[in-house]
Design a protein around this ligand. Structure first.
Ligand code: FMN
Length: 193
């Protein structure tokens, strides 16, 4: 790939002061500084109802799910930064993944995921940074035929991790972000069509 790898960056939280959005924004800057091209989006801008089969049969895929689907399809790689809720994927992110995995207009529900290169991070005020959610996300996205890169970064004590300007305070945290971002960009350059 000769052009810069385009990476869709988003958090699994819509909360205004979301720690995961902060980490996603910081990581998006690192993408841009390291030869990638980040598109940062906020799931708050893509509201959709809870997936339900009767609603889908009646009304089809919701408008914002279609919009987001187009963005997924047009990016070869994603960086997903998600909170952990009760030891698993938060409902906002799971619902989004589920809606976008549905067939629409004769196109496969796998299209937004198949062959995509995906990096994972999480942020939590807790000691483990949401690492269990990353395992569950890895499993779900692999089932959708995405390539989830081996390195990942769960950021613990995330409520104490950021400076005023949104940058990470500690060098080991910055290094961990860089490791994931570099691997994501390199893998995307090698594997993405
Ligand atoms: C319903 C619920 C369940 C949670 N479960 C976990 C958990 O299993 N592991 C964890 O590290 N944090 C857990 N938390 C704390 C979240 O990590 C914390 O609220 C985090 O700041 C949410 O992400 P955000 O700041 O990006 O919105 C939970 C929070 C809520 C509201």
């Amino acid at each position: 790939m000769t052009t810069k790898p385009k990476i869709l960056v988003f958090a699994g939280s819509a909360r205004e002061a979301s720690l995961n959005k902060k980490l996603a924004r910081a990581a998006a800057r690192v993408v841009d500084e390291n030869g990638g091209e980040a598109t940062f989006i906020d799931l708050r801008d893509f509201p959709m109802p809870i997936y339900e089969g009767d609603l889908e049969a009646r009304e089809g895929m919701p408008p914002f799910a279609r919009k987001l689907r187009d963005l997924f399809v047009s990016h070869p790689a994603f960086l997903i930064v998600s909170p952990e809720n009760n030891g698993t994927i938060p409902s906002l992110l799971k619902n989004t993944i589920d809606w976008l995995s549905r067939d629409v207009d004769g196109r496969s529900g796998l299209e937004p995921y198949r062959g995509k290169i995906i990096g994972l991070m999480s942020a939590s005020p807790g000691a483990f940074g949401g690492v269990v959610c990353l395992t569950h996300l890895r499993h779900s996205l692999s089932k959708l035929l995405a390539h989830v890169i081996p390195d990942q970064f769960p950021l613990p004590k995330a409520d104490q991790a950021f400076a005023e300007d949104g940058s990470l305070l500690q060098s080991w945290q910055q290094k961990s972000v860089l490791t994931v971002v570099r691997q994501l960009i390199e893998t995307t350059s090698r594997l993405a069509p």
